[in-house]
Design a protein around this ligand. Structure first.
Ligand code: SF4
Length: 298
C-alpha cells in the first residue's frame, strides 16, 4: 500500500491532552510589560509566535528568544507553527533592534533563532553574526545562545556565526531519522549531525546543544540510537520535550509521554554522557537555557 501523502493523512485525528499538559497561558503586569517592550521593538519572539506555555517563567528568569530574518520560512516542517512562504528581504537594522530590546528587557540570557532562509546565499548567517556582535557591544555580560538552521550544510556560513562568539550554539535534530520525511522533509539527519560535529571541533570551545521532540511515533530503540548519534558529535547540552500539535494542519501527536518517562530519558541521556540535560513535557529548546549553560560552565 502506498504511503499516504501529507494531504491524505487525516490530521484531524489527535488525542486529548493529559492533565500534566494543561497549563494556562500567562497574564499579569510583568508579562504585559515584557510583551509591550517586544512589540515596541517591532520584533518577533518564538515565545509568542509558538504560543509557548513557558513564556512567563522564561521572561521572569530574564530569558527570551528572538526570531530574526522575518516571519516566513522557506521550509515546511510538519510540526512547526511558523508560516511558510517567500522570505522578506533581511532587515539590516534588525540586529541593533534585537540588542536594544534585550537591553531594555534587562535580559540576562538571550536566544536568537530564525526561520530557515534557503533563499539567501549564506542562509542568514551574516545577520546572526551581526546580532551577536550588536548584543555584545551593548552588554558584555549578557549570555548569547543562537539556535540556527542547517545553512544547507554550508561550513563557511557556520564559521561566520561561530567567529562572532556565541556562548552556546544550538541546532535541533528534532526527531529520529526514520521520521524526517514527514517531520522535517527538507532537512538531512546526517547533515545536522555534521553541523554539531563542526561546532564541537571549532578552535574556540563553544558548547553545542541540541534537542528532540518526542511523541511523533518514534520507538524507544530509535530514541536511544539518536541520543547516541547526537552525543557522538561532541554535543554537551540536550533538551527533550513533548511534541504538541500547533493546529489541525500539523502532524498529529502519536503519544503523550508521562513526566516519569521524561525523567527516564534524562537518566539515559546522562548515562550516555551528555553534560546537561533538561527533559519534560513542557521543555522547549530555550527552556532553562541559562541554568543549563551556567551548570555546564561551573
Ligand atoms: S525550518 Fe524551522 S522555522 Fe522553518 S518550518 Fe522548519 S522548524 Fe519551522
Amino acid at each position: 500500500m502506498d504511503k499516504p501523502t501529507n494531504s491524505e493523512i487525516d490530521y484531524r485525528i489527535s488525542i486529548k491532552k493529559p492533565v500534566w499538559l494543561r497549563r494556562r497561558l500567562p497574564t499579569g503586569p510583568d508579562y504585559e510589560r515584557v510583551r509591550g517592550l517586544i512589540s515596541q521593538g517591532r520584533l518577533h519572539t518564538v515565545c509568542q509566535e509558538a504560543k509557548c506555555p513557558n513564556q512567563f517563567e522564561c521572561f521572569s528568569a530574564r530569558t527570551a528568544t528572538f526570531l530574526i530574518l522575518g516571519s516566513k520560512c522557506t521550509r515546511r516542517c510538519g510540526f512547526c507553527a511558523i508560516d511558510g512562504g517567500p522570505g522578506e528581504p533581511p532587515d539590516p537594522e534588525e540586529p541593533a533592534r534585537v540588542a536594544a530590546a534585550a537591553q531594555r528587557m534587562n535580559l540576562r540570557y538571550v536566544v536568537v533563532t530564525s526561520v530557515t532562509r534557503d533563499d539567501l546565499p549564506d542562509g542568514g548567517a551574516g545577520l546572526f553574526a551581526e546580532t551577536i556582535r550588536r548584543i555584545r557591544r551593548l552588554s558584555t555580560d549578557m549570555l548569547i545562545e543562537v539556535l540556527i538552521p542547517d545553512f544547507q550544510g554550508d561550513p563557511q556560513a557556520l564559521e561566520v556565526v561561530l567567529q562572532a562568539g556565541p556562548h552556546v550554539l544550538n541546532h535541533n535534530i528534532e526527531t529520529v531519522p526514520r521520521l524526517y520525511a514527514t517531520v522535517r522533509p527538507e532537512a538531512v539527519y546526517e547533515r545536522s549531525l555534521a553541523l554539531l560535529s563542526r561546532v564541537s571541533a571549532f578552535k574556540t570551545p563553544i558548547p553545542a546543544k541540541s534537542g528532540l521532540m518526542l511523541g511523533l511515533g518514534e520507538t524507544s530503540r530509535e530514541v536511544s540510537a539518536t541520543l547516541r548519534d547526537i552525543h557522538a558529535t561532541g554535543c554537551k547540552i540536550l533538551t527533550l520535550g513533548q511534541y504538541l500539535q500547533p493546529s489541525k494542519r500539523h502532524l498529529p501527536v502519536k503519544r503523550f509521554l508521562t513526566p516519569e518517562e521524561f525523567d527516564r530519558w534524562r537518566e539515559e541521556a546522562l548515562e550516555i554522557g551528555f553534560a546537561e540535560v533538561v527533559s519534560g513535557p513542557f521543555v522547549r529548546s530555550s527552556y532553562h537555557a541559562k541554568e543549563l549553560y551556567q551548570a555546564l560552565a561551573d
